[in-house]
Design a protein around this ligand. Sequence first.
Ligand SMILES: Cc1cc2nc3c(=O)[nH]c(=O)nc-3n(C[C@H](O)[C@H](O)[C@H](O)COP(=O)(O)OP(=O)(O)OC[C@H]3O[C@@H](n4cnc5c(N)ncnc54)[C@H](O)[C@@H]3O)c2cc1C
Ligand code: SF4
Length: 576
Amino acid sequence: MPKTYDAIVIGSGAGGGIYAKTLTEAGAEVLLVDAGGHQIDRDIRHHQWSWELPYRNSYQQDQEFTVALPTMIHTVGQEDRERLTLFDGSAHNTYYNDHFWAKRRDWKYTFPQEKPYRWVRVRALGGKTNCWDAGASRWGALEFKPASYDGFGLDWPVTYEEMAPWYSKIEQLIGVSGPDTQSEHFPTGDWLPPIAPRCAEVRLAAALYKKFGLYAFPSPKAAITRDFRGRSKCHYCGRCSLGCDSGSKFTTVGVLLPPAMATGRLTLRINTIVREITSDADGRVQAISYIDRYTFKEGQARARIIVLCASAIETARILLNSRSGRFPQGLANSSGQVGHNLVENITSSASGYLPDFENRTVTNEDGWSTGMHIAPFVNIDEKTRSKKFLRRYVMSLNGGFGTSPGSSRGGAIFGADFKRAGLDWYGSNVSIGAQGEGLQNPGNCVDIDPEVKDAWGIPAARIHLQFGDNEKAMTKDISERAANMIEAAGGVVTGWQVSPSIPGGSIHEQGTCRMGDDPNKFVTNRWGQCHDVPNLFLGDGSINVTASTGDPTLTILAMSLRNAEHLAESVRKREL
Ligand SMILES: Cc1cc2nc3c(=O)[nH]c(=O)nc-3n(C[C@H](O)[C@H](O)[C@H](O)COP(=O)(O)OP(=O)(O)OC[C@H]3O[C@@H](n4cnc5c(N)ncnc54)[C@H](O)[C@@H]3O)c2cc1C
Ligand code: SF4
């Protein structure tokens, strides 16, 4: 008789890592299944120079499976033009961390021709936490009750007050560094001391305070400025989203899985792709069927509880692929809402340079990969209500040397003149940008492609996402403000973004299985428990009601911790 686990957790990213740790520590025998392997220990090359990498790091796209996504940009002195982002599955188009990404050739997904989508996935133990930038903002009270402020869409079934202790608990566990933000719209957390800003950022911040009364502060980040819980503090190499070899940045593999393993109750099954979740005659889930990534061998594993944490789009795909007589439209989908309400953040920016920073002596101020933030200041009360768009954005400032002089500003593109110009500019480039909320739109959703299957014969997700007028108006506002801000700091603006970021660009997809009290309208209740299937839980951004202002991961972690502890308590009380 095959073993029946207390729980199976599908996906070992941010959400799955929390469930695995919490449930094993509560005494449960847990099987953690992930489609990826344990890649983190090999091939982290982020301290090598780019010319030491294959093709001197000139990324060779898998042409047949490359999609080109356009953004409209403006370069000062020229016409607006389209910039194409090429995507074959790698988020960074670099050989620094190529082994992490799920490539489109095998890990197929589709989109309607007129709506190209960049679906970034990591297939490795720890999921996208290996490659995330670790920006770790709390969302303020308005983000949980957005409809109460502007009448659009829905409020979350939880409040900031309810989430605040969970944010604190998660911050104390994973280590977040940040300052006093001085804003209730970007609440200060239980943070380690912040990193010092870079010189150019200090210049920008001082000008913004003087000219606009806006307070910029070092971005909170899930990386540690001092040794913390057995982990070494950051050495400021500035390469965070390529992977962090010292473990100073939070990852599931570095922080959540070791204590789960230490309980002796965690079984890990890697390179195991879940095809579907099966249920019994009473409508309770009982098993997963999977296929081995390399041997293609099929198998099954059984459990009393299943927690699905495969990331928002993949979670919807697995539910929609799990059809049965009892669940003909897909598992847990009597509301018809699985796959609907796909949302993500938009980003926009302007760039330029500070002329009096040219020809500076080069110093090592690489810091880490994020700069400074400004708390939301539009649509936060009656006085700041915008007539042009709904919802909020969080601005960020970036400057400093980095590991290379950065892009050219016209002129020579090779030879001695190019080298001279690069050295002159080194350290003077700056950018100001923002992440903002992309609104829910009835056409934005995930369904199953009736024809295309991935390399393992599993029907592919078909993604439909387009930004609307609200996102366009917000983009314009961000770009105009950002350009004004660079000029206010004595800078010269070289260009800005005209259209919102490409769909999928923020890698913050959420909301395909929203949570709420009404079983007719929502997939899960306020605890991530499926309304239709009491022993099935969702533990990723799929349950999020809105995309909010950016950086969803701290909220995914805090919400998963809250829901996992609630689940552990229900099991203890024998309510399940
Ligand atoms: C380059 C980059 C930068 C980012 N920067 C930030 C940032 O600064 N701040 C922020 O808040 N967020 C950031 N993010 C987003 C952040 O990484 C995600 O929000 C977060 O990891 C989501 O967690 P998750 O558990 O939902 O999914 P994931 O971390 O994607 O984990 C899902 C796991 O499920 C597994 N899986 C998927 N399908 C299956 C299947 N069928 N069977 C078995 N296993 C499966 C995957 O292999 C994966 O390990 C960034 C992401 C990237 C890639
Ligand atoms: S800057 Fe710090 S957190 Fe980022 S990769 Fe380097 S050591 Fe890790």
